[in-house]
Design a protein around this ligand. Structure first.
Ligand code: ATP
Length: 307
């Protein structure tokens, strides 16, 4: 007898989410399916609706319409079961307490929590245990917020602009911690304006604009789909010979080829064949291939005047 098993619930599921504030449509018909263990960057210009969307998914705001579920549960039930951790950039901290006391204080409000010593080491705040929270730097306070967000050992972690104001070393250290946490199978959604963080740490990127999701896919694929890579090289062939060779190598792909005085430039995607054809030209030298980044795709998508 064949047995059918129901597919596991989506980590995050939304359908038709919509929220307006007066005339402002902050979230406009957003459908999301995020699987367990995905690391997702949420990008968009100021006012695109990222924070409102995260707040609705977390149950901090009610949508005007639409549904949202976390692991098949309502936000309230998911939070009650300790499945959700959230880190907001300006989340309030009790600044008079020492760091260790604050972590213990919050842990005491929970039925179960992670081992505190292990958590403080994992989030790099063990050396701060005896320091007053208010005396910690901005980057250190953000690591304290992260420790608190991870206390319940949540399945989901939502980070709203987690590294704003951090210097490069603190940011790198922060993402190293996040990387380790992701290895433990957490689903992580982070909103950021630092596009390199999306490029480096998110397998998937969602781009919002004016409340709508305008792009959603693998970070590498979005970079390739919405922005061009660039190949340049010099050669001794005549411009006509070089152009013909590259056009033949394009095999109909929409490359933008320019050749001027032996300088060849090809913009497009999937340029390996262009590189091969270019290197076969007489006197080929100085080849450089620059891949498109999520920043290029973001700029292309968010600066379009029409969608
Ligand atoms: N409580 C509120 N009352 C009125 N308008 C609001 C409220 N919250 C958000 N908005 C408006 O909704 C829109 C989306 O705001 P939201 O904070 O979600 O954007 P965001 O993408 O997170 O922006 P940022 O990158 O600047 O943080 C903005 O126009 C904002 O002014």
């Amino acid at each position: 007898m064949s047995q059918t098993t129901a597919p596991p619930p989506r980590a995050i599921f939304t359908r038709g989410l919509r929220k307006s504030f007066g005339d402002v449509l902050a979230v406009d018909d957003v459908d999301l399916d995020i699987s367990p263990g995905e690391i997702v960057a949420l990008l968009g210009p100021n006012g695109a609706g990222k924070t409102t969307l995260i707040d609705i998914i977390l149950g901090l705001q009610s949508p005007d319409r639409g549904e949202r579920m976390l692991c098949g549960l309502s936000p309230r039930d998911a939070i009650a079961r300790g499945l959700v951790g959230a880190l907001h950039q300006h989340g309030a901290l009790l600044t008079d307490l020492r760091v260790g006391s604050l972590v213990r204080f919050v842990a005491d409000t929970m039925e179960t929590h992670r081992d505190l010593d292990e958590l403080m080491v994992a989030t790099g705040i063990e050396a701060l245990a005896r320091r007053r929270v208010g005396k910690c730097s901005g980057g250190e306070q953000q690591r304290i917020r992260l420790a608190l967000a991870l206390l319940s050992d949540p399945l989901f972690l939502f980070l709203d602009e987690p590294t704003v104001g951090m210097d490069v070393a603190s940011r790198t250290a922060f993402w190293q911690i996040m990387d380790d946490e992701a290895q433990r199978g957490r689903t992580i959604v982070f909103a950021t304006h630092y596009l390199t963080e999306a490029q480096q740490y998110a397998q998937r990127t969602i781009i919002m604009r004016s409340g709508r999701v305008i792009a959603d896919g693998s970070t590498a694929q979005l970079a390739a789909d919405y922005a061009d890579s660039t190949l340049t090289l010099r050669c001794d062939a005549t411009d006509t010979v070089a152009r013909d060779a590259l056009e033949s190598a394009s095999a109909g792909r929409p490359w933008h080829i320019t050749v001027e005085g032996g300088m060849v430039t090809v913009r497009g995607n999937d340029l390996d064949d262009a590189a091969r054809a270019g290197l076969a030209l007489p006197g080929a030298r100085d080849l450089s291939l620059t891949h498109s980044t999520i920043e290029d795709a973001y700029l292309a998508l968010t600066t379009q005047t029409t969608l």
